[in-house]
Design a binder for this molecule. Structure first.
Ligand code: HDD
Length: 710
């Protein structure tokens, strides 16, 4: 997809998917290209924007630049003030528009909120994905939690769920947030590291704050390095409440389950992509949407009726705990789709602002102490980032009417007619507080002693960390050990890595032994506590593999040199396109690559071999063609490409002489590869798919779909 086709496709995606919020944004959208000429910000046309007004002698001598040049001054002044404070956490992100729909009214037993119960509604949404630690210019693929912040523009007002791709949090009480963030952010003396938790201060803090153990296990798992924002689960994390028409209350957790399954990069890939393509996730989201593959999730809830919350061995208001699905099943109630890219990053993605305290009637808070602090913090941070009128900014304003007596402040846009106080003597005092749809505060008894305490269930920190570990597949466990080993190896203070390896023995003896051995920690002799042996299948991402292998929106590289088989490439590309995958020709040069004699048509390469790396693709295909295969085998970059893809467990497909090349490149004797020759059978071995020739049944393509995804 060249830059040109990308922008045309983006314009098309903008034209085709619209909703009430998009219409609302049109009020402020300007098409710069439709203008009659370049103007100043005050609308006066400009005849010259390349030269500052100077004093000259009218011939060769140029004198000083004149302050009188109002156009130059406006241009520079505006530029000088282009930046606003980046988010104090989650600074790096990407966003997209879409919609939410419930399938039916089944949730009305829990809530009267129409957004969750009215199947005739399509609610516009905006989602911003993010990393937590890195600054705005950091890389996408670092090991970190991913933010999953969703704004529902409902007819009853904006509802924000500011979640993550991990269901639990590092801390139980909001008062610890500045501590955990200071610890994970770059160290204060040298502002190192960027986009990493692999440093002394983070591991020092989490070693001394064992309530973080559960979430640390998740971040060290493959969840910390997602393949795509579109392939992550989303979790509201905090416990909210739902109130139904009868006035009954349920505790609730919100879940998003991706249609494509949950997939991750491997660590080596994540590290390399961070340098090779720091915008990998950002581009992935945009590319999929403009290519007609909207990102889709099932939206689900878990509910606990009020009165049952004390029946578990954990406290459902503790954000460091999941509600195991075996105890509290998920109910899928709707679909969440992102189908439209943004038109301009800053006004939409940078200025979008979420607030956990933005809820709509039928939804309530709980006494989760983390949530209480968040409800204060988000509004507050928007004031310093965007100003007190941040809810008027186009991306943040609701699609329903906003009527109240709040006034003035910096950057006020709305012009409100009528009185600015209530009650008043005009028009019966309109707008007036109303019970008709007015937000109902759920009446419940609050009594007790003011104390800075945590209840006993809040003091157990390892059961669920162990449950998570027990539930992982062996390869996932191996990745966790490798991740801890990487991180703790970057800590050079023995107090830090020794403490943390000791802590790990509370979770699992073998885990602690393996990590301590790798990083020079204290290798334990015996477990600190018995393993309870319990498992919960949905905690492993293997659980979310799609029932049928899916290749939609995956990126397939086709390696070609002169003499390649153009007929095969055309057929493979067509088959992959019909499965909604994208193909990219990587060639000996960017430009026309010639096929072998009688082997179909020439092709235009999207990139030169040096221009891209295997890490940017989910699978690789090498067609037949003697001269081409020889050229590939003679090119170290291409040989490395195939070896690297194989090492990252990517699917590799090859036909005819392409198989010979793969054989040379990988050099693995136990790998079963199809011999070059006439047979049409396809051989699949270690994710490498090989065939003698291209078969009409596109068996190579079918087999390729098995491999990617990891
Ligand atoms: Fe937070 C941003 C998610 C706890 C304070 N948080 C922020 C964003 C996400 C989360 C996804 C980015 C929003 C965006 O894209 O604009 N945060 C979470 C989750 C938490 C959590 C899932 C635990 C359940 N956060 C949390 C606590 C506090 C904050 C306990 C403070 C007491 N978070 C903030 C913030 C941010 C933020 C400082 C920075 C930018 C913003 O709010 O808008 O106020």
């Amino acid at each position: 997809m060249s830059a040109m086709t990308s922008s045309i496709k983006q314009a098309f995606s903008e034209m085709t998917s619209s909703n009430a919020k998009i219409a609302n944004l049109q009020r402020d959208t300007v098409d710069n290209k439709a203008g009659v000429g370049l103007t100043t910000d005050f609308g006066v046309k400009i005849s010259n924007t390349d030269n500052w007004l100077r004093a000259t002698d009218g011939k060769n001598h140029i004198g000083p630049a004149l302050l009188e040049d109002h156009h130059a001054r406006e241009k520079i002044h505006h530029f000088d003030h282009e930046r606003i404070p980046e988010r104090v956490v989650h600074a790096r992100g990407a966003g997209a528009h879409g919609y939410f729909k419930v399938f039916d009214d089944r949730a009305s037993k829990y809530t009267f909120a129409p957004v969750l119960t009215d199947p005739s509604r399509t609610t516009p949404v905006f989602t911003r994905f993010s990393t937590v630690q890195g600054s705005r210019g950091s890389a996408d693929t670092v090991r970190d939690v991913r933010g999953f912040a969703c704004k529902f523009y409902t007819l009853e007002g904006n509802w924000d769920v500011v979640g993550n791709d991990i269901p639990v949090f590092f801390i139980q009480d909001a008062i610890k947030f500045p501590d955990v963030i200071h610890a994970v952010k770059p160290e204060p003396h040298n502002e190192v590291p960027t986009g990493q938790s692999a440093h002394n201060n983070f591991w020092d803090f989490v070693g001394l704050q064992p309530e973080s153990a559960h979430m640390v296990m998740w971040t060290m798992s493959d969840r910390g390095i997602p393949r795509s924002y579109r392939m992550m689960q989303g979790f509201g994390v905090n416990t909210f409440t739902l109130i139904n028409a009868k006035g009954e209350r349920h505790f609730v957790k919100f879940h998003w389950i991706p249609e494509l399954g949950v997939h991750s990069l491997v660590w080596d890939e994540a590290l390399k992509i961070a340098g090779q393509d720091p915008d990998f996730h950002r581009k992935d989201l945009e590319e999929a949407i403009v290519n007609g593959c909207p990102a889709k999730w099932k939206f689900a809830i878990q509910t606990i009726p009020e009165g049952k919350e004390d029946t578990f061995d954990f406290d459902p208001l503790d954000a460091t705990k999941v509600w195991p699905e075996e105890l509290v099943p998920l109910e899928v109630i709707g679909e969440y789709v992102l189908d439209r890219t943004v038109s301009e990053y800053f006004p939409e993605v940078e200025q979008v602002a979420f607030c956990t305290s933005h809820i709509v009637p039928g939804i309530g808070f709980s006494d989760d102490p983390l949530l209480a602090g968040r409800n204060f913090s988000y509004f507050d941070t928007q004031i310093s980032r965007l100003g007190i009128n941040w809810e008027e900014i186009p991306i943040n304003r609701p699609v329903c009417p906003v009527m109240n007596h709040n006034r003035d402040g910096q950057k006020r846009h709305r012009i409100t007619k009528g009185p600015n106080y209530w009650p008043n003597r005009f028009d019966a005092g309109k707008p007036v507080p109303t019970n008709e749809g007015g937000f109902p505060d759920f009446p419940h008894v609050v009594e007790g002693i003011k104390q800075r305490v945590r209840t006993p269930k809040f003091q157990e920190h390892y059961n669920q960390a162990q449950l998570f570990w027990n539930s992982l597949a062996p390869h996932e466990q191996a990745h966790v050990i490798a991740a801890f080993s990487f991180e703790l190896s970057h800590c050079d203070d023995p107090i830090v890595y020794e403490s943390y390896t000791k802590l790990l023995n509370n979770i699992d003896f073998e885990l602690a032994r393996a990590v301590a051995t790798n990083v020079g920690g204290v290798v334990p002799e015996k477990p600190l506590r018995p393993n309870h042996g319990k498992k919960s299948a949905p905690l492993s991402q293997v659980h979310y593999a799609p029932s049928k292998p899916a290749i939609a929106s995956r990126r397939i590289a086709i390696l070609v040199a002169d003499g390649f088989n153009g007929t095969e490439v055309a057929a493979v590309r067509a088959a992959l396109a019909s499965a909604s995958a994208t193909t990219w020709i990587i060639g000996a040069r960017r430009g026309t690559i010639k096929p072998g004699e009688g082997l179909g048509d020439s092709i235009s390469a999207d990139h030169h071999f040096e221009g891209q790396r295997s890490t940017m693709f989910d699978a690789v295909f090498v067609p037949s063609g003697a001269e081409h295969a020889k050229a590939l085998a003679g090119n170290g970059r291409v040989v490395h490409w195939v070896r690297e893809a194989f090492g990252h467990c990517k699917a590799i497909g090859a036909i005819g002489e392409g198989v010979d090349f793969i054989r040379t490149a990988i050099g693995m004797s136990e790998l079963q590869l199809h011999a070059t020759g006439s047979s049409r059978n396809v051989v699949v071995s270690y994710g490498v798919v090989t065939a003698g020739s291209y078969t009409a049944g596109s068996a190579v393509v079918d087999a390729l779909t098995i491999g990617p995804g990891g």
